[in-house]
Ligand binder design. Structure first.
Ligand SMILES: Nc1ncnc2c1ncn2[C@@H]1O[C@H](COP(=O)(O)OP(=O)(O)OP(=O)(O)O)[C@@H](O)[C@H]1O
Ligand SMILES: [Mg+2]
Length: 313
């Protein structure tokens, strides 16, 4: 585990919200994993489980409340390392529209990353050409403002702005969610090539388990701020063990042949009122009395496979 390029160790994140009375909620609890060159980790889980928060923390945009992240052996939160890590780790944001300055034209938006990293020296046409190619964009868009583009075009500009800097670690937060099928496939192919041909590291945050099957070597399944199942993609997709993962996978028709659909009861718990014991127990189809009391830890059940449920060991 120690020779891995990215090591995420015991990340906790608390937020304080509320105008009058401050309420402290925990968005991430003890997140640990590692990732090596040429590998894709898919982070999956329902809305609010903490996926984007984790991505922003790895990017260095947000500080964790506890824990550390090492990239190529350097602690990314150490100010001495932050500049080199910031260049090497880039994120395709979940909300592309918000990431684009509405007063800038596409040409300026595509050149901005090079300007910030001081790579512009009379080569702007060549760089623009490369960025247009990455995003599968046409040059007639260069003179338009973001509001004059479709959602899919804006997303492709955000993708091109991230990938043009040739980061070693790409964090892609729902990179293809707003795109139509053919552009979706194109985006996933670009990312797959970055991993397989250029040995980049990719953290793919997504709700789309079909793209996980296509892309991921490892999977982290998140529920309510915790990783509930972690390991090789092959093991988790073909032999899911945590009741939450089983329900998630069974909700996608045809993903796992001959599996019947398992539904979770009720709604996800409120962040301000966490359940006792195992956080899934109020919704879990196999919960027993002790799950109300016993918190669970991530246990290794076989090589490359960890599960946070004592009933599945
Ligand atoms: N800046 C913030 N201040 C307060 N709470 C926050 C903040 N950012 C995120 N949260 C809370 O942290 C939890 C995790 O949010 P996050 O955006 O990471 O979820 P997610 O898994 O990415 O969800 P989605 O699939 O909907 O994108 C949520 O309960 C959210 O409300
Ligand atoms: Mg998100």
């Amino acid at each position: 585990m120690n020779n891995q390029v990215l090591q995420v160790a015991g990340i906790d994140k608390f937020f304080s919200t509320g105008l009058i009375r401050k309420i402290r909620t925990q968005a991430l609890k003890g997140i640990s994993f590692s990732l090596n060159k040429g590998k894709c980790l898919a982070v999956v889980g329902e809305s609010g489980s903490g996926k984007s928060t984790l991505g922003r923390i790895i990017l260095g945009m947000e500080k964790p409340s506890a824990g550390n992240i090492f990239f190529k052996g350097k602690n990314i939160f150490n100010s001495r390392n932050s500049k080199s890590c910031r260049k090497a780790i880039q994120m395709i944001p979940q909300d592309a529209t918000a990431s684009l300055n509405p007063t800038m034209k596409v040409r300026e938006l595509l050149l901005e990353p090079f300007m910030i990293t001081k790579q512009l020296n009379g080569n702007s046409n060549k760089l623009l050409e490369e960025s247009l190619e990455i995003g599968k964009l046409t040059s007639d868009l260069l003179s338009r403002f973001p509001h004059e583009l479709s959602g899919g075009q804006r997303q492709r500009i955000a993708i091109a702005r991230t990938l043009c800097l040739k980061p070693s670690l790409i964090i892609a937060d729902e990179p293809a969610a707003s795109l139509d099928r053919s552009i979706q496939a194109h985006v996933l192919t670009i990312l797959k090539d970055k991993v397989e041909k250029e040995s980049k590291l990719l953290i793919l945050i997504t709700h789309d388990l079909r793209s996980v099957r296509l892309m991921a070597h490892q999977i982290a399944v998140m529920y309510y701020g915790c990783i509930v199942e972690y390991g090789s993609a092959e093991k988790i997709l073909n032999h899911p063990c945590h009741p939450y993962t089983i329900a998630l996978i069974s909700s996608v028709p045809g993903l796992r042949p001959r599996s019947e659909r398992i539904r979770l009861k009720g709604e996800p718990p409120s962040p301000i009122n966490p359940p006792t014991g195992c956080t899934l127990h109020p919704r879990c189809p196999v919960a027993v009395k002790s799950c109300e009391k016993n918190t669970q830890t991530l246990q290794k059940i076989e090589n490359d496979h960890w599960v946070r449920c004592s009933l599945s060991n």
